[in-house]
Design a protein around this ligand. Structure first.
Ligand code: XLS
Ligand code: NI
Ligand code: NI
Length: 435
């Protein structure tokens, strides 16, 4: 059955093609730095946005046309959606996907029934993965939509809510293992607070850490070898979320002895909500060897919320790919399009335009990033800028071979230091040579 009858399989046709249903830059088999584009990118589609996002906004209901979806909570409807999704993955040529338990299967009126529905749907997903040669990048549990989580899941004031959430995590981890998932993500949508007047922050953080430790222990028990991720976001829905940015997450993981078990899944629009750039967030994570995976999207500077737009900004994609190449590439992670169409783009074919655009933007970013690296001037500039640390007093300080007295004597005898220009504008011009 073809749910997208008018959409062809999307193929690379090169930059001169005028066919909107083609890749102009994403050429999956093209080698860059000795690796195919496909393997560099490890693109993933987000089940929640592709199949479950009706495109409503705070002022109006859903607009997306989903002729295959009867809007019921039935398992049949969920199974049919999975068929549609795999036709989409096949036609768009994306190899990975990500899900929340509640996007792929319905939440029914008791936990055992919800678990049984999840079992049925994941059996089907497993068959579809095999038949279509597709893989699961990561799974996660939705611990933020249901009213029971309105005051948090891992950080709920209610131990019973914590237990319900933990049970959902267990089932979602079982599902992820069954589907060969390469990772498992925690995004704490409600793990924060609305007001400190009613909140015991320290206790809530202890509980959140307890949930993550329970998951790590359970992974060992069931033989789940995938990578755990924590996904920072500062706010929305909560007023303040505990996992607010890379630095806050790293501190939390370190404080609670979880840094060996977790890496970060960084999302562009979350970085900007935190008042940072995505490159800042990636650089912080890289410094701690904790850059795991990316939720690829971009925000709107004029709107203060998580607009989750498809990434089209070439400076952004170039910067991201520079960092990914610098890290030596993804291992378990990838580029997951945690992105949705605008409310006006309500036709099924818009799903294709959106993903094609994101994939081509990242392909251009990858090519530009590789060219910048091959050129070497940018890296060379940074290396040279820190030259004074390679010998003399700089090397002694780095190697902890001098005391403050000795450094003081050095400075007294050295006169006023002379420093070179940061050359920001020259470097911006240099970057523009490649975009
Ligand atoms: C929401 C988050 C969410 C996570 C998965 O803003 O990005 O989609 O990626 O729970
Ligand atoms: Ni995300
Ligand atoms: Ni998001």
């Amino acid at each position: 059955m073809a749910y997208f009858p008018d959409i062809p399989k999307i193929r690379y046709e090169g930059p001169t093609s005028k066919n909107p249903f083609s890749f102009k830059h994403y050429n999956p088999d093209q080698l860059i730095e000795g690796k195919t584009m496909r393997d560099h990118m490890r693109f993933a589609a987000a089940y929640w946005h592709v199949m479950r996002n009706g495109l409503s906004d705070p002022f109006g209901g859903p607009t997306a046309l989903m002729p295959w979806d009867d809007q019921s909570d039935s398992v049949d409807n969920a199974l049919r959606r999975a068929d549609v999704f795999f036709e989409f993955l096949d036609k768009i040529d994306i190899q990975y996907y990500c899900f929340h338990d509640r996007d792929i299967a319905p939440e029914l009126n008791d936990l055992a029934k919800s678990n049984a529905a999840l079992e049925k749907v994941t059996d089907h997903l497993k068959d579809l993965q095999q038949a279509n040669n597709k893989k699961l990048l990561w799974g996660t549990a939705c611990l933020f939509s249901h009213p029971r989580y309105s005051q948090g899941a891992g950080t709920s004031p209610s131990a019973d809510v914590f237990a319900y959430g933990a049970a959902q995590v267990k089932a979602a981890m079982d599902a992820t293992l069954k589907l060969g998932g390469e990772g498992y993500t925690f995004w704490g949508g409600r793990e924060g607070y609305a007001t400190l007047l009613n909140t015991d922050m320290k206790r809530e953080l202890d509980h959140l850490a307890a949930l993550l430790h329970l998951a790590v222990d359970y992974a060992k028990k069931i033989g789940f070898k995938g990578q755990f991720y924590i996904e920072p976001k500062p706010r929305e829905p909560s007023t303040h979320q505990y996992d607010s940015d890379s630095a806050a997450c790293l501190n939390f993981l370190r404080e609670y002895g979880l840094l060996d078990s977790f890496k970060l899944n960084l999302e562009t629009n979350h970085a900007t909500l935190a008042g940072h750039t995505m490159l800042h967030e990636m650089t912080v994570a890289l410094g701690a060897d904790a850059l795991g995976s990316i939720d690829a999207n971009q925000g709107d500077e004029l709107i203060g919320w998580d607009t989750d737009q498809f990434p089209t900004d070439l400076y952004l994609t170039t910067g991201i790919m520079q960092k990914v190449l610098e890290m030596g590439g993804f291992t378990t992670g990838g580029l997951n399009f945690d992105a949705k169409r605008r409310r006006e783009s309500h036709e099924p074919e818009d799903l294709f335009h959106a993903h094609i655009g994101g994939m081509d933007a990242f392909a251009r970013g990858l090519k530009a990033a590789a060219a910048i690296r091959a050129d070497g001037r940018l890296d060379g500039f940074i290396t040279k800028r820190y030259d004074s640390w390679n010998s003399g007093i700089g090397a002694k300080i780095e190697n902890k071979m001098v005391s403050l007295d000795e450094i003081s004597n050095y400075a007294l005898g050295n006169g006023e230091p002379v420093i070179g220009s940061g050359r920001q504008e020259m470097l911006e011009n240099l970057l523009n040579e490649f975009i």
